[in-house]
Design a protein around this ligand. Structure first.
Ligand code: MRU
Length: 352
């Protein structure tokens, strides 16, 4: 088995590009049919892009928001960081409010606020360096997690993943998809199944496309086929990402993750959550305290603009759910692996 591998060979996509005076976002609403970057010249355009899922995935929206602060800084005059921080509070709040569930958004903005408050007259350079650092640290964390997570998987395993947790959702390489990339490269994973991820189809449109760019051939399944897949013995692990990991190990992720965890436990399939430490929120005690985003029910009525639901009906569209820590076998961050996470293990790993 090859424990090292050429990361660049498995890491070709960049969803976020900083040009020096604008942010270019790979438009994830249009993938896989059009590969097109949208240009954001203001922080409010970045906030709108986060809200509309032009850019999506917990780490990616944090990185985009950090660059949004840099863009907002270009529109104001301030003698030092403290004055700039006061003037930028309103645009930062609008970035923060773009989506509620992924803690990476608030985490990145808190980092930007912190360095801004302490900066002198060179505050513009300081925040630009911080945004770049948030991006670069995410990429490094993903590569580390890939190696740590893959090491848990026995050779010739099958895995099931949900949503999109790859390069598209991060600075690059991905979290759960990074583990899968590393596992495939090392010969530990020989079969990758991806759930469609209704209603927005992150699995069918994004994950499958992304793996194809690397020459990995995934097998797409309907979300409703997951328990049956597990029953056949085809998968040994479910590997997913996270939008917020609480102090007791409860984890929010894309709607449908919870039912995968229940089915996995029933079938003896192991369940791994891979996320950078920027997704850990020790201030939220457990999953009941997480704000679960509910989106426009209209997302349920059509696929690719073609109506698939009966007319004149209502729908409920929560886009995340919480997997209780009891159903998680391992949480993998760049700092290490937490097996059977609970409040004590989380505290030992991440402090109070
Ligand atoms: O609504 P989305 O597409 O932003 O949801 C994304 C997910 O749920 C991902 O699994 C999560 O953000 C981890 S991405 C590395």
């Amino acid at each position: 088995m090859n424990a090292t591998f050429d990361f660049d060979r498995y890491d070709r996509i960049r969803p976020i590009r900083w040009t020096g005076d604008a942010l270019e976002l790979l438009d994830q609403r249009k993938l896989p049919f059009q590969v097109e970057y949208v240009r954001c010249g203001t922080s409010d355009e970045v906030a709108a892009a986060i809200h509309s899922l032009t850019v999506r995935g917990a780490p990616a929206i944090g990185i985009a928001a950090a660059w949004g602060v840099v863009l907002a800084g270009m529109k104001i005059e301030a003698a030092d960081g403290a004055e700039a921080a006061r003037k930028l509070e309103a645009p930062m709040q609008r970035l923060n409010d773009a989506r509620p569930t992924a803690v990476n958004l608030a985490w990145a903005l808190a980092r930007m606020r912190r360095v801004l408050g302490a900066a002198g007259p060179d505050w513009r350079d300081v925040i630009a360096r911080e945004a770049q650092a948030i991006n670069d640290e995410d990429l490094a964390a993903n590569r580390r997690m890939g190696a740590l997570g893959a090491a848990l998987i026995a050779p010739d395993s099958g895995v099931l993943t949900h949503c999109n947790t790859g390069s598209l959702a991060t600075a690059g390489f991905g979290t759960a998809l990074g583990v899968i990339r590393a596992g495939v490269a090392q010969g530990r994973i020989d079969k990758v199944y991806a759930g469609e991820t209704r209603p927005w189809l992150q699995g069918a449109r994004l994950t499958v496309w992304e793996l194809q760019q690397d020459g990995i051939e995934p097998t797409l399944i309907a979300d409703s086929a997951a328990a049956h897949l597990m029953k056949t013995g085809a998968v040994q692990w479910v590997v997913v990402g996270a939008d917020r990991i609480c102090a007791n190990g409860d984890t929010a992720n894309k709607i449908g993750t919870y039912q995968l965890a229940i089915a996995a436990r029933h079938h003896g399939v192991r369940f791994m959550v891979a996320a950078p430490s920027s997704t850990v929120d020790m201030a939220t005690p457990n999953g009941d305290a997480i704000h679960i985003e509910e989106r426009d029910p209209g997302e349920m009525f059509a696929i690719g603009g073609v109506r698939t639901a009966a007319h004149d009906i209502g729908a409920w569209n929560p886009v995340f759910d919480v997997t209780p820590h009891e159903l998680i076998d391992a949480i993998v961050t760049e700092q290490g692996v937490i097996e059977r996470p609970d409040a004590a293990a989380m505290k030992a790993a991440f402090g109070g």
